[in-house]
Design a protein around this ligand. Sequence first.
Ligand SMILES: O=C(O)[C@H](O)CO
Length: 289
Amino acid sequence: MHTAHKIMKVFVTRRIPQEGMKILSQSGVCKVSLWDSDEPVPREELLKGVAGAHGLLCLLSDKIDTEVLHAAGPNLKVISTLSVGFDHMAMDEIKKRGGWSTWKPLWLCGYGLLGSTVGVIGLGRIGMAIARRLKPFGVKRLLYSGRTAKSYASDVEGEYVPLDTLLSECDFVVVSCALTPETQGLCNKAFFSKMKNNAVFINTSRGAVVNQEDLYQALTTGQIACAGLDVTTPEPLPTDHPLLTLKNCVVLPHIGSATYSTRGIMAELSANNLLAGLQGTDMPSELKF
Ligand SMILES: O=C(O)[C@H](O)CO
């Protein structure tokens, strides 16, 4: 899976010591193009070389101004200079290009819930809590699948359907089931292949419910539109993990329950369960297995 990394383009504006070139060429993250000379890169070659680059390694003799930044285009993420001084770089212009430049109609757009079909896999207490919160956003149909139909699903007008139906009809697929031998790796290639191309996949359950390589493929081939993961395998996901390179995948550090009140309730419940067990009385929330 790691080989599927998007290789970034780096332009180096001069022959530099091997120590630096070695680090870049062995990194596996970028393809280096080099102005292979001890003399400064001619301006037109600089403008050509930097086009589409994600990274620019320049020298104090290269004037990095608006024209160069413009020639580089929107891919440019990093400018590294082989110097302590930075007076050759138009800092104001460079600064302007980071973060929020201006309001744009399609910038950071996502999919809305209004009129959508949402599918919940595992309509237990968490699945119901999610469904109750989503309904007021104008969800048209709420489908769910799992081992059995639930009588309480009528509270959210939930329709019990086979998993394949849920996958092929839903705009949002939310996984909130427990991790068991049956659900481990449930969200795999076959699973994603049944989803709509404009569908959003959300996992708030456990990372191991998902085959992450198959999810990566589904996200990069356009099989599904995007994913939001609160849980992964492992946690934390290594910072060089391919899923973290994707613009259409948002990964959170397992914070689905991270409010003061919820964590307080969790703490109370676990303390009361423990005391009940010690005292031989009924536990408020016993795990029966
Ligand atoms: O299992 C749980 O309680 C949750 O994953 C914590 O947020």
